[in-house]
Structure formats: C-alpha cells, structure tokens
Unconditional design. Sequence first.
Length: 89
Amino acid sequence: MALYWPEQKVALEIVDDPASQPVDRDAFPDFTVIEVTCAQIEDPVASHEIARSLAHHMGTELPPDNPEWRARRRALHRTLFGAPSSGQL
C-alpha cells in the first residue's frame, strides 16, 4: 500500500503488502518515499520510528513523549494489532 501526503511531497510505501501498489515514482518524482514493512508497522518501537520519520519529512514534530501519550499509543496499537508484540512503547 502506498499512502501519499501531496502537500508535503511524502509517500509511505509498505513494501511487503501483497495487496498493495508501490509508489508511482514516475508520477511523483520529487517525493520523499519512506519504505516500511508490515513487521515494522506491527512492532510498537519500529512504528514509532516510522512516525518520527514521517513527522520529520512533513516538517512537524510528534507530541511530547509523556506517560499519557505512551498510554494512548499503546491503546491504539492494541486496537489495531491486538496483543502487544515484543517491542515496548
């Protein structure tokens, strides 16, 4: 799957998603493409790094890292993926 943020010229490509289309690099030659795997998205620590990279390339920052924010991230991750994997938030 490829997700695009046209205003920021950023795309996220999930390279091992069998049902996805890759980033159309011919149509978006000046985009920054961040390539990730399904395993990275499912891993809490790796997904946080993806979020950091996206925020950086979009010219923004993630919210401050505090206990409340971590609890919200854990809850969202559990909602999306079920039980936590080996990584810690």
